[in-house]
Design a protein around this ligand. Structure first.
Ligand SMILES: Nc1ncnc2c1ncn2[C@@H]1O[C@H](COP(=O)(O)OP(=O)(O)O)[C@@H](O)[C@H]1O
Ligand SMILES: N[C@@H](CC(=O)OP(=O)(O)O)C(=O)O
Length: 595
């Protein structure tokens, strides 16, 4: 008998009528012959209300008590959903996270799942019951209640689908699928039939709140197909699977993270270990650092810029104060009026000019780009917050995301193309019962024979990045990593990018011309660099990967020139002659996580 996991988010159980509608969906699935496990979130905005209540009682509530409080939201809704099912004539049993045997670590408010025991659920299903499980919560070794982080019910659902080897995992929500961008922000956004795990993982961590990013890590790791669909209709939604919708479209989705803050540390001594000191001080405070750009400045000094969530800015500055004093920098600037706009596309690595197209779209809308980072399948630009909405619309329009690509495939076509279910079987056999959410790395690689070009004193105004990368593209040079920092002192920034070593001369020639036409300070070229890449699943949520990378490189006296991070990769550009040492060091450090 097939098994379906159905997850209902807060908006889908916001009132009694919606609870009844959710109950009817589960009953219908059961009457169609499926065994049904529901995962339910707290009603409507209940979690927000509980958070406000805690703040009213006093500042800085203990993390353990917060989880105790927040978990009550789900306890209310599972009981009501089970009652609704019983009232409609079917049998249901509600279970808390502890009762479904959801064992987590003890990181309150962001606990990771260790294991799930399925016996009780299976027994109840065998008895013909619908199991209504509380999303978002678990218990640690000491039976403390933990929560998985905001939006974590998606992760509960996908994890349950994985361990129960469910035939389907349906995420019911208030939109009828995944769109090319948040349809509430951009009504012209298009619903996609299919999106790949990699694309959804990046989009989810870049602001597409429709899915919790860790649920996609799970789905990718264990090959769980996810169906995102509407609670309020029966239309087919979006399938999140290994495959992507189009084999040619350079960009599949765009996202905005509105509340970001930028911090720039000016004049950091350009010697090994500096980044480590800076970022480990911040990591110690459990603050997630996002876009990291290190620009090689003049005279052996570097400017290090990064972004954090706007709420985390005060704590970040506090954590930095002793470090910057110790290492002796020239100054620290910050701006909490910035937003991040990102585009994501699995076909990006095969196509030149995607970055310049994004920069052109932003320039066309008069948007000034303050920072840029690129990685394998995403490009992010930091923009002033008051321009964020026009920036999102501009990139959505620029890449014609409202238009379905000619070669777009439907889920049924993709399914038909699949040879067999073998791949899923092998993935499921990788289930490890003791550390379901443990870090999984897929490789450590070195891309050697690269060169770096840096343009210094780049004027901080709209259109410069677009012009720069269009001219480089027109010269037939393919650019890999791009980073643009922000120094905020004299209003100029610097931009670095990597190219194959044999394209260095040509790149420098174009760069000199660009520098002359925009009155830039100068151009620097470095031959013999290499990009070291750690690849895996969910690397941004496993924040210690970047810290360990810095630590390992600093420990081997290796200086990091450029950095970029994404959900799939952490990249560091270093000198070619240090590449082997770096690779060996990293392989040793990450030995336990390499799959
Ligand atoms: N790319 C996207 N596609 C669809 N919805 C998105 C996207 N990005 C953000 N969203 C937002 O996600 C919302 C659904 O997530 P959420 O409010 O957490 O629902 P739930 O309560 O069901 O978990 C939608 O209403 C939509 O505004
Ligand atoms: N109730 C929790 C968990 C959750 O996943 O909710 P939702 O499914 O409504 O995003 C929260 O608000 O974060």
């Amino acid at each position: 008998m097939s098994l379906i996991v159905q997850k209902f988010g807060g908006t889908s159980v916001a009132d009694v009528e919606k609870i009844r509608a959710a109950a009817r969906k589960a009953i219908r699935a059961q009457r169609q012959g499926h065994r049904v496990v529901m995962v339910v979130s707290a009603m409507g905005k209940n979690t927000d209300r509980l958070l406000e209540l805690a703040q009213e009682v006093g500042p800085n509530p203990p993390a353990r008590e917060m989880d105790m409080l927040l978990s009550t939201g789900e306890q209310v809704s599972v009981a009501l959903v089970a009652m609704a099912i019983n009232a409609l004539g079917s049998e249901a049993v509600s279970l808390t996270g502890g009762q479904i045997g959801m064992q987590t670590d003890s990181s309150f408010s962001k606990a990771r799942i260790r294991s799930i025991s399925t016996e009780r659920i299976e027994r109840l299903l065998d008895e013909g019951k619908i199991v209504v499980a509380a999303g978002f919560q678990g218990i640690d070794n000491d039976l403390n209640i933990t929560t998985l982080g905001r939006g974590g019910s998606d992760t509960t659902a996908v994890a349950l689908a994985a361990v129960l080897k469910a035939d389907a995992c349906e995420i019911y929500t208030d939109v009828d699928g995944v769109y090319t961008t948040d349809p509430r922000l951009l009504p012209e956004a298009r619903r996609v039939d299919v999106i790949s795990y990699d694309e959804m993982l990046e989009l989810a961590s870049l602001g597409a709140s429709v899915m919790h990013n860790r649920s996609i890590e799970f789905a990718k790791k264990f090959g769980v197909p996810i169906h995102v669909r509407s609670s309020f209709s029966d239309t087919e939604g979006t399938m999140i699977v290994t495959e992507q919708e189009s084999a040619t479209a350079p960009v599949s989705g765009a996202a905005m993270t509105p509340d970001e803050a930028r911090v720039t540390i000016l004049g950091v001594p350009d010697v090994p270990g500096m980044s480590l000191q800076i970022f480990s001080a911040i990591a110690d405070k459990k603050i997630a650092v996002d876009m990291v750009v290190q620009n090689v400045g003049d005279g052996g000094k570097a400017d290090v810029s990064f972004t954090v969530r706007r709420d985390d800015l005060p704590a970040t500055l506090q954590a930095l104060a002793p470090v910057v004093d110790k290492i002796g920098v020239e100054g620290v600037t910050h701006d909490d009026q910035v937003s991040k706009i990102s585009v994501v596309g699995a076909n990006m690595p095969d196509q030149a000019g995607v970055a310049s197209e994004m920069f052109r779209a932003l320039a066309g809308a008069g948007v000034n780009i303050q920072m840029i980072t690129t990685s394998e399948i995403k490009i992010s630009a930091l923009v002033p917050r008051d321009q964020a909405s026009i920036a999102l619309r501009a990139v959505h329009e620029g890449f014609k995301l409202h238009v379905k690509p000619d070669d777009a495939k439907s889920w049924s076509q993709i399914k038909a193309d699949r040879e067999s279910g073998v791949e899923v079987e092998t993935l499921i056999s990788r289930l490890r019962d003791d550390a379901l959410e443990a870090l999984t790395l897929t490789g450590i690689s070195v891309l050697d024979h690269q060169a770096r070009v840096t343009l210094m004193g780049v004027p901080d105004r709209p259109g410069i990045a677009a012009d720069m990368f269009e001219r480089i593209g027109a010269a037939g040079i393919s650019v890999d990593m791009i980073v643009q920092g922000y120094d905020g002192e004299d209003g100029s920034t610097s931009v670095s990018f990597t190219v194959p070593q044999d394209a260095l001369e040509a790149s420098l020639k174009v760069a000199e011309k660009i520098a002359a036409s925009h009155g830039m300070r100068g151009v620097q070229g470095v031959r013999e660099i290499a990009k070291v890449t750690v690849s895996g699943i969910g690397l941004r949520s496993h924040t210690h990967v970047a810290t360990l990378l810095f630590e390992t490189l600093a420990g081997a006296d290796i200086n990091v020139d450029m950095i970029s991070t994404s959900e799939l990769q952490v990249n560091a550009v270093i000198s070619s002659n240090a590449a082997d040492t770096a690779k060996r060091g990293l392989e040793k450090v990450f030995a336990g996580s390499l799959g």
